[in-house]
Structure formats: structure tokens, C-alpha cells
Ligand binder design. Structure first.
Ligand code: NDP
Length: 266
């Protein structure tokens, strides 16, 4: 285990609920392996109390930042003293870091964590066409990061058409070379297909995509990490499709967060 001493710097993790969070058990061994005297601790914070607790966290000077999970990712935007451009663009924060001047700056690693997870598994992104199913917060973050990593095009498909169109127009506005469309998912040869919806979290959920439309040469990636193999991934695997669990996105994010914290505070 991690040895917590009087000198230990604390990295919080705030959310509601928080008991299911995997980040502390993944990031603490990373800090220990780097010889950093830093410990990540979960903090149960109801949405209604975020503002009040924020002031307390700021005044706790051995607290060098905190990870943010549901339901605080969007609200935190307004409370940070400054924002990394990616966090501002996505409209959500998942790490707040205390900077050297004591201020709290918000960062967003969901998308870049997803990309790092793909790269760790040597899954091709460069020049690849992407089919994004879903247009919520995770989809927006991943879309920006995939473009940054060299994806050729992103086609967005979502239950609520307006949200798919909104994401498509943001992508096209920022990166004119991209083809972004809305509509029901129609996988094409060789695509990287991403389930960015919450379908698959519960056993009774419908599949986000008809697995009969999947063919070898495609890659199917999930955002859902629990269960590690969703019903969709399992069906895809049975059809000989390359699959990528949502767990890799968490690992990628945790690596980036550890780098970012250690760069300033170890
Ligand atoms: P949002 O609420 O912002 O978006 C949810 C998305 O799922 C929307 O596109 C929504 O469609 C779609 N959706 C929800 N229910 C249904 C349904 N019954 N049928 C069709 N589509 C549906 O959530 P997030 O983007 O923040 O999160 C999405 C998922 O990603 C969650 O499961 C979350 O746990 C996971 N996630 C995983 C991370 C990781 O590190 N592995 C990081 C971040 C998120 P509509 O627009 O029509 O409502």
C-alpha cells in the first residue's frame, strides 16, 4: 500500500457517488513507483455542496489538486481560476491542479486519455475514418482528441439528431477538412467505431449498434469500462472484430493525470 505521512501531498478525487471509483487504486501505485510522496484520496461531495467545499480545498495547501468525476465535471468549469484550452472547448474539467501561484487550473484528459489508450494497444488512428456513436460529453472530448491525433474524418450518429448535428458542426467549424454527419450508425469498411453512449452500463440496455453490420478490418472501441466486456464488445469479438475496452481510456487518463501532477509536484 501507499505510505501516507505528514509530508504527503494529497490529490483528491471528488464525485457523488465515489465508492465505485477506480482511479485511487490505479494512480497510487503509479505515484509510488515514481517515488512521489503523493496520495490520491476519494472525497464524497454532493453537487449542491461543490462550491462550499471548493473553498475548503483551496485553503488546504498540501492538497495539490483533485480529479473530478460525475456529477461535477461541468460545474467545475465556472469555479476554476483558469482553464486549459481543451477543457474550455469541451466544457468539462476532469482534473483541477494547484498551480505554483496557488490558483486552481482546470484540465480535461478524457479525450487524450482515450487516444493514449488506443496508442498503447497500437490501434491505428492516423488517416482513419471514425464512426462516433453518441454525442454527449465523452463523444465531444474524444472527437477533438482524435482529430488532434490525425483521424481523417468523424461521422457522428446519435439518438437525438440535434446533438449529433451540433457536434458535427463544431467539428467542421474547427477543422474544415472533416466530414461530420448525423444519422443512424452505418459502419463502413475499415472504420474505427466508438460507442460513446451510456448503452451497455446496464444488463437490460439495448445494443448501440446492430453487430451484424460489423466486419473484420473494423475496430470497435467502448467508453464503458464496467463491465469490461460489454455485450456489444462480446458480439463484435465473436465476429472477429478488433475490440478495445473502456478500461484503456481510464488507464490512459490516469497516466496523463499522474504525468501532469508529477511534473509540478513531485
Ligand atoms: P452524456 O450524458 O453526456 O451522453 C450520453 C450519450 O448516450 C448521448 O449521446 C445519449 O444520446 C446517449 N444515450 C443515452 N441513453 C441512450 C439510449 N437509451 N439510447 C440511445 N442513446 C442513448 O454522457 P457522457 O458522454 O459523459 O458519458 C457517456 C458514457 O461514457 C457513460 O457511460 C460514461 O460512463 C462513459 N465514460 C467513460 C469514460 C472512461 O474513461 N472510460 C470517461 C467518460 C465517460 P442523447 O443525446 O440522445 O441523449
Amino acid at each position: 500500500g501507499v505510505e501516507v505521512k505528514g509530508t504527503t501531498r494529497l490529490l483528491g478525487l471528488i464525485g457523488d457517488p465515489i465508492a465505485q471509483a477506480k482511479t485511487p487504486s490505479v494512480i497510487n501505485p503509479i505515484f509510488a513507483s515514481r517515488g512521489a510522496d503523493i496520495a490520491c484520496v476519494p472525497l464524497q461531495v454532493p453537487a449542491a455542496d461543490l462550491q462550499k467545499i471548493w473553498a475548503g480545498l483551496k485553503a488546504t495547501s498540501n492538497l495539490i489538486g483533485f480529479g473530478i468525476t460525475l456529477p461535477h465535471k461541468q460545474m467545475a468549469i465556472d469555479l476554476c481560476d483558469s482553464l486549459d484550452p481543451v477543457a474550455a472547448r469541451v466544457g468539462a474539467v476532469n482534473l483541477v491542479r494547484r498551480e505554483r501561484d496557488g490558483s486552481f487550473r482546470g484540465y480535461q484528459f478524457d479525450g487524450r486519455g482515450f487516444v493514449r489508450g488506443l496508442q498503447a494497444k497500437r490501434i491505428t488512428i492516423k488517416n482513419r475514418d471514425v464512426l462516433m456513436i453518441g454525442a454527449g460529453g465523452a463523444a465531444v472530448a474524444m472527437a477533438f482528441a482524435l482529430i488532434e491525433a490525425g483521424a481523417k474524418s468523424i461521422t457522428v450518429s446519435n439518438r437525438t439528431l440535434e446533438k449529433a448535428e451540433a457536434l458535427a458542426s463544431v467539428i467542421n467549424g474547427d477543422f474544415g477538412r472533416l466530414v461530420a454527419k448525423a444519422g443512424s450508425p452505418r459502419p463502413q469498411t475499415g472504420q474505427l467505431i466508438i460507442n460513446a453512449t451510456s448503452l451497455g452500463l446496464n444488463e437490460t440496455d439495448a445494443l448501440p449498434l446492430d453487430p451484424g453490420l460489423l466486419h473484420p478490418g473494423m475496430t470497435l472501441a467502448e467508453v464503458i469500462a464496467q463491465p469490461e466486456i460489454t455485450p456489444l464488445l462480446s458480439q463484435a469479438q465473436a465476429r472477429g472484430i478488433e475490440i478495445h475496452s473502456g478500461i484503456h481510456m481510464i488507464k490512459g487518463q490516469v497516466d496523463l493525470i499522474a504525468d501532469h501532477i508529477c511534473e509540478l509536484w513531485s
